[in-house]
Design a protein around this ligand. Structure first.
Ligand SMILES: [Zn+2]
Ligand SMILES: [Zn+2]
Length: 315
C-alpha cells in the first residue's frame, strides 16, 4: 500500500497528466447478431471484457442493442445506416437516448447532415464512418458538415479502404488545414467473432483498432465529454504512456512493447514537420503551424494517432 503510494508520488513528480485522469480503452463501432455480426451480444461483450477494454459501444445497424455489461461499461449506440444509390452513408451515434431512423436526403452532404442532426436531437454524439466504403464521399463533403467533430481514420474492417487513395488520414489533414476541428477515431467495426470464417468473406475481427480516452471517471458522461473535446487517441498498436500539451510544446512517451522501434511524426497541413526516433519525443510549437498532430509508428506497421493541437499564433 505504502509502496504504491510512493510510486504514485514519484510518478506524479515526473508527469502530472497520468494522475489527473485515467486512460480508458474502448471500441465505439461493434456489430452483434442483432444486426449482421456473427455472435450474441453477450459473447461480444465478453470478448472485449476479456481483452482489457474499459468500455464498449455496440452499434448494430439502425437499432440500439442493450444488455448487462457484466462489469464492463456499455454505452448505448447505433450505426445509423443511410444510403444513396451505390453510396453507403453511415454514422455511429454514441450515448443515444432513443433510436434514430435514417433520415435520407438528395446528396451525401444532405443525408449525412440530416442524420447528424437527428443523432444530436436524440442526445447522441455522431462519428462519421468509413468515407471510403464504396468510395462514397471525401474531404469536400466532410468539410461541409456541421455539428460533428469526429471521423473514423482507422478501422479493423477489411473493406473500407482506409488507406485510399486518398487515405482518410489525408482527408483529415485537409479538414484540419481548412480550420475544421475534427478528431480521428479508431474502431473495429467488428462483425466476426467465430472461429470459422464465413464463406468467401473477409473477416472483420475485434481488437484491430481502438481509442484510449483520458477521462476523469469511467462513466459514460465523462468519456463522451472527453471525446468531444478531443482528449483521446486512436491506435492499432502503440500505447501512449504520457502526453502533455502546453502552449509551447507537445511531449509524449510511448510504452515499449516487444522489440518494437518507434518513430514519432509531428504533422501539420499534411506535412511531417519533425520526426523523432525513440520512445519519447517533444515538439516545440512555433505558433504559425495552424495545427500540429503527433503520430506514432512502430516497426511492425501499427500506429497511434494523437489529436490535433491547435496552435495559437504567438505575438
Ligand atoms: Zn458502416
Ligand atoms: Zn459497422
Amino acid at each position: 500500500m505504502l509502496r504504491t503510494a510512493i510510486a504514485a508520488l514519484l510518478l506524479g513528480m515526473m508527469t502530472t497528466s497520468s494522475l489527473e485522469a485515467r486512460w480508458l480503452k474502448g471500441n465505439t463501432h461493434t456489430h452483434t447478431l442483432r444486426s449482421d455480426g456473427d455472435a450474441e451480444p453477450e459473447a461480444v461483450v465478453r470478448w472485449y471484457r476479456e481483452h482489457g477494454y474499459d468500455f464498449l459501444v455496440i452499434t448494430d445497424h439502425d437499432k440500439i442493442t442493450t444488455l448487462d455489461g457484466g462489469g464492463m461499461l456499455l454505452i448505448p449506440g447505433e450505426e445509423v445506416t443511410d444510403k444513396l444509390p451505390k453510396k453507403p452513408l453511415h454514422l455511429c451515434a454514441l450515448g443515444l437516448k432513443s433510436v434514430v431512423t435514417p433520415q435520407g436526403g438528395a446528396t451525401p452532404v444532405e443525408v449525412l447532415q440530416h442524420d447528424i442532426d437527428a443523432v444530436r436531437e436524440a442526445g447522441g454524439i455522431p462519428v462519421i464512418n468509413h468515407p471510403n466504403f464504396y468510395w462514397a464521399f471525401g474531404a469536400e463533403e466532410l468539410g461541409q458538415l456541421k455539428n460533428v467533430s469526429m471521423v473514423e481514420i482507422a478501422s479493423g474492417h477489411p473493406l473500407v479502404n482506409m488507406d485510399g487513395p486518398p487515405s482518410v488520414e489525408s482527408m483529415w489533414d485537409v479538414l484540419l488545414t481548412n480550420g475544421k476541428r475534427v478528431y480521428g477515431v479508431g474502431v473495429d467495426d467488428a462483425h466476426h467473432y467465430g472461429l470459422e470464417p464465413p464463406k468467401g468473406e473477409l473477416l472483420a475481427r475485434p481488437g484491430q483498432a481502438w481509442i484510449v480516452v483520458r477521462a476523469e471517471k469511467a462513466e459514460q458522461a465523462a468519456i463522451l465529454a472527453a471525446m468531444e473535446r478531443g482528449d483521446f487517441y486512436a491506435s492499432t498498436g502503440p500505447s501512449i504512456e504520457t502526453y502533455d500539451v502546453t502552449p509551447e510544446m507537445i511531449a509524449l512517451t510511448i510504452k515499449q512493447t516487444y522489440q518494437n522501434r518507434y518513430r514519432v511524426q509531428f504533422v501539420s497541413r499534411g506535412k511531417v514537420l519533425q520526426e523523432t526516433v525513440g520512445t519519447s519525443a517533444t515538439y516545440r510549437i512555433r505558433g504559425d503551424e495552424g495545427y500540429v498532430r503527433a503520430k506514432v509508428l512502430d516497426s511492425n506497421g501499427k500506429a497511434a494517432w494523437m489529436q490535433p493541437v491547435f496552435a495559437a499564433v504567438k505575438q
